[in-house]
Design a binder for this molecule. Structure first.
Ligand code: ADP
Ligand code: MG
Length: 344
């Protein structure tokens, strides 16, 4: 019997692995409007509407560290992570399901805290917790969240709709969540052997909040609906600007130019980045965890989107053959690279 070839996951990277595993996932139901490849799957619901569904998993030790992540915040963040993918389709979230794998090291009270955060986020975002599953975990805490939303089919924004010359718009600022994480990790290292640790967070509360309690930008989807703007494409920033721009480029078969000096970065992000010898732009490009929305609109809508006062235009869409680049203030072009869960 011939031995099956062994391929290391690192050879494919996260996105290569997803592509590889889902290469046979063709869709056959006429109700499946979009399968793998976007922030959420899209299922027909009546003639004009669609249901959008997304799932995400958070693992202790990989996605969060319980030594500094309060469980209440973790519950809140889990809902935000799920709902953010629904919003990225320009849909409104309606329900979530949460499954947990719990290790015996956690008391019931800790899980009560987790669910206090879940309930808080659900009420804030107007979604119903409608189910889930509970199992034991041999390793650490596992949280899976499935989010469900709804939109008019015509109002959906896919990753694949960006057109040549479209403007690339971004909400909020980037890199703050990554710096918040770096700050928590630094204090954890410094205070490892201290009896009564008193971490130094003064002045950087905003960064901690961005990492521990990110916001889902439902406000943006509401504003876009009020203004009758349907982005030609949209994605949420879970992995970092570079990775998300590349996802849009791949799905839309286009290139992009992002202008470095237009990437919005908060003052506290820059301040801590300097202190920690981190390039804030690298944090924005590759840090991830900001859960802002990146979307494209036709060039003709420039004034209208600028008037909203909630987005920055950070670049524009180019031809596929020209690739995806970061343009520095001195005019040089740097090729954008994705990160995923493995450094590539
Ligand atoms: P996001 O960062 O928006 O959550 P991902 O990069 O995790 O999206 O996933 C990209 C696409 O691949 C999504 O459509 C997702 O549903 C799909 N996907 C990811 N992992 C798997 C898997 N193991 N099996 C099937 N589909 C997957
Ligand atoms: Mg997403």
């Amino acid at each position: 019997m011939s031995q099956r070839k062994r391929t290391e996951i690192a050879e494919l990277g996260e996105f290569g692995l997803i592509d590889h595993l889902t290469r046979n996932a063709t869709t056959s139901s006429k109700h499946t409007l979009r399968g793998v490849g976007d922030d959420a799957a899209v299922v027909a619901a009546g003639r004009n509407d669609a249901t959008v569904i997304s799932t995400d998993t958070l693992l202790e030790g990989i996605d969060f560290d319980l030594t500094y992540f309060p469980l209440k915040h973790l519950g809140y963040k889990a809902v935000v992570v799920g709902v953010s993918d629904i919003l990225a389709m320009n849909a409104l979230p309606e329900q979530v399901m949460i499954s947990i794998g719990v290790s015996a090291k956690l008391p019931v009270e800790a899980l009560e805290d987790l669910y206090e955060g879940v309930d808080f986020a659900c009420k804030e975002l107007g979604v119903d917790l409608v189910g889930g599953d509970t199992t034991a975990s041999m390793t650490g805490l596992v949280i899976n969240i499935t989010a469900i939303g709804r939109a008019k089919r015509k109002a959906l924004s896919y990753r694949s709709g960006a057109q040549f010359n479209d403007l690339i718009c971004l909400t909020g600022n980037l890199g703050a969540a990554y710096l918040g994480l770096q700050l928590l990790e630094r204090e954890k290292r410094v205070l490892k052997d201290v009896a009564n640790p008193e971490p130094q967070f003064a002045g950087y509360e905003y960064l901690l909040q961005r990492y521990l309690k990110p916001r889902a930008r439902k406000d943006i989807v509401d504003i876009l609906a009020e203004e009758k703007i349907v982005p030609t494409s949209m994605i949420d920033i879970s992995d970092g600007l570079a990775s998300e721009v590349l996802q849009i480029c791949k799905a839309s078969k286009c290139g992009a130019r992002i202008y470095l000096d237009r990437i919005p970065i908060a003052k506290q992000t820059t301040a801590l980045a300097e202190e920690m010898h981190i390039d804030p732009v690298v944090a924005a490009l590759n840090g991830g965890g900001d859960y802002e929305l990146l979307f494209t609109v036709p060039l003709a809508m420039q004034e209208q989107v600028m008037r909203l006062g909630v987005v920055d235009v950070v670049g524009h869409i180019t031809r596929e053959t020209t690739g995806a680049y970061l343009v520095t203030p001195d005019g040089s072009d740097i090729k954008l690279r994705a990160q995923g869960f493995k450094e590539e």
